[in-house]
Every structure is written in structure tokens, then in C-alpha cells.
Design a protein around this ligand. Structure first.
Ligand SMILES: NC(=O)CC[C@H](N)C(=O)O
Length: 378
């Protein structure tokens, strides 16, 4: 079934839908990861975005239930050069096509993804409309122009959890918060408790906390500082998430009022929120970083990590206040990849140390967080 991909600047690409008829609207980004399409699909940070994979063949290992990073697919449509219907993997339970259809998402292939990637690299990330229904390119371009962009949009409220939950036996389990605050020194079940502000978190973040013997307790993004402190957390984690970080003043205020009271660790959107809580601004990158092969330098150790990334905004280094230091930089474009406010025991990275998908080089940051918690409460 023929599909048109019309960009707001007038450029139109053609492809075929392998998931039946449909329409999608979003900002188009390209992802350079060679594997991990299932984790990309279920990363809530992709809400509002159409993702084009630069790797030319997608679908050949199917879909399984262990590699899901959230409750379902969040991106708006999935675009690729070639969809492989014949899948083969010992863990595969179904095809990518069936998974997309179940989640009501469009899968488009037979697309010149190299041309789309080049277009975005030259002109920047842009809004587009994909349709199998409307064949008039001008009508689609007009609709792409009118579509809402990411700037100024709070998409976090659409993906955050409604209930509190923990991660037990490799799945989310709803919990009731303890009514009587306990002291951080008497941890429940002798475990450290980490309050996780869910802006669109990925399950592997919780898995990596549990792997280290920590009890994560997940809060909706609207949780107040009092509610978070009511569990006497040993640390607070602020997750990744979709949309414009500058549209989330209420989470910035929450994090600001937790500063100094509890160690804080932020990932991606969580990093941009911490940056703002520490007085910095964020801005939109030309086409962002989306992939599993971004080189980052840890300025403390001098080591280079190959990292997993998915962001379109960044913290503006020029607006960092005294007491806040850049800890990591991106070696492709020198943008800020990590910050730390040592005196407040708060740090964050723009990339994804939970590595789902992606290399495991940065997992040490979870250990670094626990080390900081230990020192803080000693
Ligand atoms: N993965 C993320 O947390 C993305 C953060 C933010 N939405 C951005 O695009 O920059």
C-alpha cells in the first residue's frame, strides 16, 4: 500500500505501508542504531516523533516480551528501507508487523532512508505527515506545516505512570506508599530506596537498580516533593522522557526543592530538568542525537564511552551557574553530555547508561550514583 511522507518544507518521499492504512504526524528523526528496534519503539521519549532507522534491514529478529522498555509503542510511525517479514530468533514471539498493528502504529518501508537522513542533517529535524489515504502531496505538506511541533509541549504527562509501582520479579508491581515515613537509615527490607520520577522511564533503568540490590519506587511526574520525601528515599532518580524540557517547570520546581536533601541522578530529560533546577537553560539541537554509537568523554577519568542516545534538546553550557560543572562532552559536536553539582550531590547525563539498546560502557554511572548515596548518608 503506497504511503507518502510529506515534510513541512515541501519535500515529499514515497514508501509502502506494511501495516495497512493509516496516518501519522510527528517530528522526523533518524536513529543510527544497528539493532534494538524493539527498545526504540517502546522508548517513551519518542512520543510525538516519527523515527527513521538508518540501518537498512529491520524486523529480522521479530519481537519478544523481554525487550520491551515500557507499556507499549510510543513513537508515531516507524520508517525503514526494508522490512524483513521472515524473522528468526529463539526469543521471538511475533513479527514486528503484528506488534506495530497491535499498537495501532504505521510501519513504512521501501523508503529512501539515506535521502531522508541527509535531508534532516542538512535542514534539521522537521515535522512531517505520513498518509496512505491522501495522495495529494500539497495537502499533506500543508498539514505538516500546521502540525504541532515538539517545542513548548509537555508530552511527559501523556506517558508518566498513574500509580506508584516498584520492580519485582522483572515486572512493574503496583504498590501503596507507606503512610508512616521511615528514616533513610532504616531502609525497608534493608534495601536502599530510590524515588524515581517517571517522565517516561525505560524499564532497564529499574532493572539496573534492582540488579544492584536497590528498591526503586516509581512516582508520577506530578508528585510533590513532600510526597517523594514521604518514603524517606536514599536517592532520587529523574528519568528520560519526551517533549520539550523547557515546558516542564513543575518538575523542575520539584527537583529544585529536593536538591541537597537527597542525592539526585538524572538521565536525558532528567538531566535537562536537573540542569534547569540548577539555573541553566536548554535549547533545541539541529537534528539531535539518536543512536547507539555516540562517543562521549568522561572529563573526570579521560575515558571515552560509546553511548546510547535519544534526545533533540540539550543543556546550554553558557548558562551553567557557579558550582555546576560539565562532567561529560559529546566528541561529535562538543555538546554537554553530563553535569554535576558536587556540593548538592546531584549529577546527570544526557545519554542512556541503561543501554537498552546500546553498549554497556556507561553502566558504571549507576554504581557512581550508589557510591554518592553511600557517602551522603554516612
Ligand atoms: N530521551 C530523552 O529523555 C529525551 C529528552 C528530550 N525529550 C529531548 O528530546 O531532548
Amino acid at each position: 500500500m503506497k504511503a507518502l511522507i510529506a515534510f513541512e518544507d515541501g519535500k515529499v518521499f514515497e514508501g509502502k505501508s506494511f501495516t495497512g492504512p493509516g496516518e501519522a504526524v510527528g517530528e522526523v528523526v533518524f536513529n543510527t542504531a544497528m539493532t534494538g528496534y524493539q527498545e526504540v519503539l517502546t522508548d517513551p521519549s519518542y512520543k510525538g516523533q516519527i523515527v527513521t532507522m538508518t540501518y537498512p534491514l529491520i524486523g529480522n529478529y521479530g519481537v519478544n516480551s523481554q525487550d520491551i522498555e515500557s507499556s507499549g509503542i510510543h513513537l508515531e510511525a516507524f520508517v525503514m528501507r526494508e522490512y524483513e517479514a521472515e524473522y528468526s530468533n529463539w526469543r521471538a514471539e511475533k513479527s514486528l508487523k503484528d506488534y506495530l498493528i497491535e499498537n495501532g502504529k504505521l510501519g513504512i518501508h521501501q523508503v529512501d532512508t539515506r535521502a531522508i537522513t541527509r535531508h534532516i542533517r542538512l535542514k534539521g529535524a522537521m515535522k512531517a505527515v505520513i498518509s496512505t489515504e491522501i495522495s495529494d502531496p500539497e495537502e499533506l505538506v500543508r498539514r505538516a506545516k500546521e502540525a504541532p511541533g515538539l517545542e513548548g509541549r509537555d508530552l511527559v504527562k501523556e506517558v508518566t505512570t498513574k500509580n506508584h509501582y516498584s520492580w519485582i520479579e522483572d515486572r512493574p508491581v503496583e504498590i501503596i506508599l507507606p503512610t508512616k515515613p521511615s528514616s533513610p537509615n532504616q531502609s525497608i527490607n534493608n534495601k536502599w530506596r530510590i524515588a524515581c520520577i517517571d517522565c517516561g522511564l525505560k524499564f532497564n533503568q529499574l532493572r539496573l537498580f534492582v540488579k544492584r540490590g536497590v528498591e526503586p519506587i516509581v512516582f508520577p511526574c506530578t508528585a510533590s516533593p513532600e510526597e517523594i520525601l514521604s518514603i524517606s528515599p536514599h536517592g532520587c532518580f529523574v528519568s528520560n522522557g519526551p517533549g520539550d524540557p523547557a515546558a516542564l517547570q513543575y518538575i523542575v520546581d520539584t527537583v529544585r526543592s529536593l536538591l541537597g536533601k537527597v542525592p539526585i541522578f538524572g538521565i536525558c530529560l532528567g538531566h535537562q530538568i536537573l540542569g534547569q533546577a540548577l539555573g541553566a537553560n536548554t535549547y533545541k539541537l539541529k537534528f539531535g542525537h539518536h543512536g547507539a554509537n555516540q562517543p562521549v568523554k568522561d572529563l573526570e577519568t579521560g575515558k571515552i564511552e560509546i553511548t546510547s542516545q535519544n534526545h533533540g534538546f540539550a543543556v546550554d553550557e553558557r548558562t551553567l551557574q557557579d558550582g555546576v560543572k560539565v562532567t561529560h562532552v559529546n566528541l561529535n559536536d562538543n555538546t554537554v553530555e553530563g553535569i554535576e553539582a558536587k556540593d548538592l550531590c546531584a549529577f546527570s547525563v544526557q545519554y542512556h547508561p541503561e543501554n537498552a539498546p546500546g553498549p554497556h560502557d556507561s553502566e558504571y554511572l549507576f554504581d557512581r550514583f550508589l557510591q554518592k548515596i553511600r557517602t551522603f548518608w554516612e
